[in-house]
Design a protein around this ligand. Structure first.
Ligand code: AMP
Ligand code: MG
Length: 334
């Protein structure tokens, strides 16, 4: 699915990029189906930018469903037939996605591939499938039928027709990998923004913390409802506005309930998760969005080191304790 993220908007953006330090260099490229923006604040060395984007491209090559030779495409083609040996990155990301699948009772399900294909959201031909079609693919969407062999580093989908889709987590992983490369190069201050999956490193030049704008789900890209102050953290939003299509007056977005086979339908417009790394924030933002506020909030509260910002359809906003968030838009309220 990664390649299809063409319409995806930035969910969050870093105020530093639009504010006072605009002059400092950054580099943007289209990878993982989205605009990836890297900003190095100390020494913006061309080689570091090259290394970072090469790594992100490598991850895309391994994990995209749409590249026929990617590990994910090979796993999917071998569903029900044979285990497929994969690159360590792929094994690790699948392993983490299964961890969050278990934690969320299957709200995050990396086996969501058949549903993603059926609806085609983000492709040129999205459509509302019939209930019969949905019923026929639902049994295939089951993370418990993904088998990992730790010694062979192989992945097996037990049922023919099953398909992995790492769209909910791969960008977070790529953001963390980008941050690691920058750190290894000795650069202390950076912002990595992979289409709204953000990871911050270091502090602003005046030693204050980074402030990240949270996208207004009802407004244009770049207008925000408020600002969250973060440390060296991953900040990731899942929202109804990121990718969707409209049919007969209804809007259908890209985050599915693996139980119902429809876009998750609840009173939320977006969920932002702040965590120590972008991959966990990415996995959890999707899972919590699918779970809805009550169950999603309970899940966040049960975990150490995660914060959340919930934006509701009625323009209410809620945050978990410890979230340093200031509401700035008059259209929203706590
Ligand atoms: P995100 O924007 O991180 O919330 O991820 C959404 C993307 O993950 C979608 O475009 C699909 O490719 C995939 N996806 C949709 N629903 C689910 C789900 N319930 N579990 C796992 N992945 C999903
Ligand atoms: Mg996600």
């Amino acid at each position: 699915m990664l390649n299809r993220h063409v319409f995806r908007c930035c969910a969050v953006f870093v105020l530093a990029l639009t504010g006072c330090i605009r002059d400092e260099p950054s580099r943007a490229e289209f990878v993982l189906g989205t605009v990836c923006n890297i900003t190095l604040f100390d020494q913006a060395r061309a080689q570091v930018y090259r290394d970072v984007f090469a790594r992100i491209r490598e991850i895309e090559n391994h994990m995209s469903v749409n590249l026929p030779n990617s590990d994910i495409a090979r796993i999917n083609a071998a569903a029900g037939i044979t285990p497929v040996q994969v690159h360590d990155d792929v094994f690790y990301v699948i392993e983490r996605s299964l961890y969050f699948a278990g934690l969320s009772g299957g709200a995050l399900d990396p086996a969501v591939g058949p549903l993603v294909s059926l609806w085609g959201i983000g492709t040129d031909n999205p459509r509302v499938p019939s209930q019969t079609e949905i019923d026929s693919v639902l049994p295939l969407v089951n993370w418990q039928n993904i088998e990992l062999d730790y010694s062979a580093r192989s992945v097996f989908l037990k049922q023919p027709g099953m398909a992995l889709d790492l769209g909910a987590i791969a960008k977070g992983f790529a953001a963390d990998e980008a941050a690691a490369i920058i750190k290894k190069a000795g650069l202390k201050r950076a912002i990595i923004d992979l289409g709204g999956d953000i990871i911050t490193s270091g502090k602003k030049r005046d030693r204050s913390s980074w402030k990240v704008g949270i996208q207004d789900p009802l407004d244009n890209r770049g207008s925000y409802i408020g600002v969250v102050t973060v440390g060296e953290q991953g900040i990731v939003t899942s929202g109804v506005y990121e990718r969707y299509f409209e049919a007969e007056g209804e809007r259908y977005h890209h985050i599915f309930s693996p139980q119902r086979g429809f876009p998750a339908d609840n009173d939320l417009m977006s969920v932002t998760i702040i965590a120590d790394n972008a991959m966990d924030a990415d996995a959890l933002s999707t899972a919590v969005f699918v779970l809805g506020y009550e169950k999603g909030r309970a899940l966040v509260d049960s975990l150490d080191g995660f914060q959340a910002i919930f934006v509701f359809r009625d323009n209410n906003v809620r945050i978990t304790p410890g979230t340093d968030f200031v509401l700035t838009s008059e259209d929203y309220r706590f």
